[in-house]
Design a protein around this ligand. Structure first.
Ligand SMILES: NC(=O)N[C@H]1NC(=O)NC1=O
Length: 174
């Protein structure tokens, strides 16, 4: 994907291509579109990250709450976004036995109870065993520390999704 092609996109096409680089937060590409022309894809990514960083803490938590549970009801019900389904599949979360599913459900519930937002991790950069370990470990974090940790994971997910769009040349499919 060429940044020139990105800069030529209408608002509607831009939001349609980049609408899920942050899970279920099309407001983010909608907000950064007016900053075009972007000198590079890296600059587009930086604009997205700046938008996230400028949000109040309640806004950052709002972004976290847009994320589906890992190995949760949405995975079983088939209602995940395509990106999330692929990421959870890459980590093996769609191939867990009943004991693993129930352990993850219990960790998800403990985490949400403690922090008030779902556990977020870049699943593609991990696997189901490491994810369960991270959940136990991060449950011990203080609230503000954990919120920043989770936002860093949102950025990792975003970086990989953007890279995926660049590689698959999605713009040419419009
Ligand atoms: N809860 C959570 O981390 N969800 C996300 N992680 C990821 O890699 N894709 C998601 O949807």
């Amino acid at each position: 994907m060429d940044v020139g092609a990105i800069n030529c996109l209408s608002y509607e096409d831009f939001v349609s291509v980049f609408g899920n680089v942050v899970e279920r937060c099309p407001i983010i590409p909608a907000a950064v579109w007016s900053q075009r022309p972007f000198p590079s894809v890296a600059a587009l990514q930086a604009a997205i990250f700046d938008f996230i960083d400028a949000l109040p803490e309640s806004g950052k938590e709002g972004i976290l709450r847009c994320h589906p549970d890992l190995a949760g009801k949405e995975l079983r019900g088939g209602t995940l976004t395509r990106e999330s389904r692929e990421e959870q599949g890459a980590a093996g979360l769609d191939r867990m036995d009943a004991a693993e599913v129930s352990r993850m459900a219990s960790l998800n519930a403990q985490y949400k109870e403690r922090f008030g937002f779902p556990f977020v991790i870049c699943a593609r950069a991990s696997d189901k065993a490491a994810i369960a370990e991270q959940m136990c470990e991060r449950l011990r974090n203080a609230h503000a520390q954990e919120r920043s940790r989770a936002v860093e994971e949102v950025k990792k997910i975003c970086r990989l999704r953007l890279q995926g769009l660049v590689l698959t040349n999605q713009i040419n499919k419009l």
